[in-house]
Design a protein around this ligand. Structure first.
Ligand code: SAM
Length: 199
């Protein structure tokens, strides 16, 4: 299993505000690129991959949109607008969720009202967790287990104090090379590195 968790600090949980943040502010269009690179391959979905988008601009709780390649139904399209509308539909369905409760949408997307920190804390108990960072250990110089979790931010950097707290849970920094990439590009590079190793 491969798992990517993206922290989108300015991405609105309100579905209408989410759709209005295309091309400005939170730039949620990046999230559509992440969905494509994480879950889609030429002939279907990556069944071994889970992508979780944690949207944090909320009046109550953050919302995690969890998309599993193995259970994702047919989304309404692969273009940016269709994918963002799919996210907005999931957010609308999950607008009344209580703290740490979940629901499953018709297309297989799970919506959970949970914070990034809480989600990662749970993962770190059972899985190796890596935070992507150009200053981390090179992915080619370390053994990556086959159920690793990779943490990314969107275009807004992870606050330093967040990493200090993650480090105490055993989260390690992982680099994909010296060039600062977009998060969606990082996902493709990680897939490629692991595909080549046969993980
Ligand atoms: C566009 S970057 C974030 C850029 C942000 N403005 C900054 O200065 O940190 C999005 C995500 O990709 C990760 N990233 C980008 N290039 C990377 C690389 N070469 N190695 C590891 N992580 C990388 C960043 O750590 C971040 O999680």
């Amino acid at each position: 299993m491969r798992e990517f968790i993206v922290r989108a600090r300015k991405a609105p949980v309100d579905a209408d505000k989410f759709l209005a943040a295309v091309g400005s502010g939170a730039h949620v269009e990046y999230l559509a690129q992440m969905i494509v690179n994480a879950l889609f391959i030429a002939k279907g979905h990556r069944r071994d991959t889970t992508l979780t988008l944690v949207l944090e601009d909320s009046a109550d709780y953050s919302r995690a949109l969890i998309m599993q390649g193995s259970s994702l139904g047919s989304l309404s399209g692969m273009n940016e607008s269709a994918l963002l509308n799919t996210c907005a539909t999931a957010l609308r369905a999950g607008r009344r969720l209580g703290k740490e409760t979940s629901l499953v949408c018709d297309d297989g997307i799970v919506v959970t009202a949970i914070s990034f920190e809480h989600l990662v804390k749970e993962k770190a108990l059972h899985q190796e967790v890596y935070m992507l960072d150009v200053k981390g250990v090179d992915i080619r110089d370390t053994f990556i287990s086959d159920n690793a979790v990779f943490l990314l931010t969107d275009h807004i950097p992870m606050p330093k104090k967040t990493f200090n707290s993650l480090a105490r849970q055993g989260v390690m920094k992982l680099s994909l090379g010296p060039v600062m990439l977009h998060a969606s590009q990082c996902i493709s590079v990680i897939h490629n590195e692991l595909d080549r190793l046969g993980c």
